[in-house]
Write a protein that binds this ligand. Structure first.
Ligand SMILES: Cc1cc2nc3c(=O)[nH]c(=O)nc-3n(C[C@H](O)[C@H](O)[C@H](O)COP(=O)(O)OP(=O)(O)OC[C@H]3O[C@@H](n4cnc5c(N)ncnc54)[C@H](O)[C@@H]3O)c2cc1C
Length: 346
């Protein structure tokens, strides 16, 4: 068996697991994706889907963020069914202190021209023309379908509960449908990574951070791009619905949060008087405890790999390519050096 048809089990069919599955199956690895529910049923299913290149120069994930959109552009070429809208984003807070690389400053009259629905455009805003938006659930299913066309297998409704060993070496996983053997096991199971890592005494601290996605039916077109400000964050979905991302507040019910969000949207944006709430969901975002991506072999003597970060929708295309390159060549891509999981177990 050559390296390129080695068996890989990917635990978790969110956007990260699906991108890794696509890239590995393209390189003729024998890929099995194991998902405890349905694909994109956890954080990915509630993602707002903002693909952004705007990042602070001091951010831990700066190298990944810099290449993230290029990889999505590549995937768009490779997989025609993948739909991304490259409409850009406009962002403003009460006090803009500086502009990030790639952002330009918009003045009020320009904001009014670009987004005529805004009742009171701010004096200044950040404009990121290269940003895009993607339906993260649809993209995950598209990546999985492409992976399956390339030979991957998807096992939904199958829980991975631990690992199987042979002479102290991990050789597969225990699942609710029996044991499965593999040469590599990739943990792409978001907030459940710590539990599985724990079963082999490895610490991979990933926090679970709730956030809310609201979907409004919107009879009229409201915004031309992503608009994010202190009061709301909105964009249109492909079918015209208006999507809004909201903070999760423990002292308020989901219904109250949705009602207040709708009110703010209607106060600030024209053509929104007839919007109606279609769906609301809380997604639990996997966020590494130190805010730095965790990507690499969990421990030097075992074939268990981990991939988790925030914001993962933005970076999923790059993560898939880099993990594939690592497993294919056996050499860790340089960009992943500072994301190694061994920083927690040193
Ligand atoms: C409201 C909201 C807005 C967001 N907006 C953005 C945005 O605009 N841009 C952006 O980049 N990110 C955004 N995010 C964050 C983004 O959704 C996450 O970073 C991303 O979806 C994480 O993907 P993942 O594949 O790592 O994890 P998940 O999507 O959580 O997938 C993990 C999968 O593993 C499965 N699983 C877990 N344990 C097991 C097990 N033991 N066996 C088998 N399967 C298992 C789960 O069922 C799940 O399907 C947002 C999130 C939310 C909630």
């Amino acid at each position: 068996m050559t390296d390129l048809n080695k068996r890989v089990i990917i635990v978790g069919a969110g956007i990260i697991g699906s991108s890794i599955a696509y890239h590995l199956s393209q390189e003729h690895f024998q890929v099995t994706v194991i998902e405890k529910n349905q694909p994109a049923s956890a954080a990915t299913g509630s993602a707002f889907g903002w693909l952004t290149a705007a990042v602070e120069e001091t951010a831990n994930d700066l190298p990944l963020r810099k290449i993230a959109l290029t990889d999505w552009h590549r995937l768009e070429q490779e997989i025609p069914d993948l739909t991304i809208r490259w409409n850009g984003s406009i962002q403003y807070t009460r006090d803009i202190k500086h502009y990030r690389a790639g952002e330009s400053a918009l003045q009020q009259h320009e904001i009014r021209e670009l987004e005529p629905s805004l009742h009171s455009p701010p004096h200044y805003a950040r404009f990121m023309p290269v940003d895009g938006s993607i339906d993260a659930k649809e993209a995950t299913l598209t990546l999985l379908e492409a992976a399956c066309r390339q030979g991957a297998t998807l096992l939904s409704h199958t829980l991975v509960s631990g690992f199987i060993f042979e002479n102290n070496k991990i050789v597969g996983v225990k699942s609710s449908h029996g044991t499965l053997e593999a040469d590599y096991i990739v943990l792409a199971c978001g907030i459940d990574i710590p539990t599985l890592a724990n079963t082999i005494n490895q610490k991979v601290p990933v926090l679970s951070s709730p956030s809310i996605l609201l979907r409004f039916n919107s009879p009229q077109h409201v915004v031309n791009r992503i608009i994010s400000c202190d009061d709301f964050e909105v964009r249109h979905a492909r079918n015209g619905d208006l999507l809004a991302a909201e903070d999760y507040l423990t002292d308020k019910s989901l219904v109250d949060i949705a009602t207040e969000a709708k009110k703010l949207i209607q106060q600030n944006l024209a053509h929104t008087q007839t919007i109606s709430l279609q769906h609301q969901s809380i997604g639990y975002r996997p966020i590494p405890e130190d805010q730095c991506p965790i990507i690499g072999f969990i421990e030097s003597t075992q074939p268990v790999y981990v991939a988790v970060m925030h914001p993962a929708v933005t970076c999923a295309a790059s993560i898939g390519r880099l993990v594939c390159e690592h497993l294919k060549t056996g050499i860790q891509p340089q960009i992943l050096n500072k994301y190694h999981p061994n920083r927690f177990n040193a």
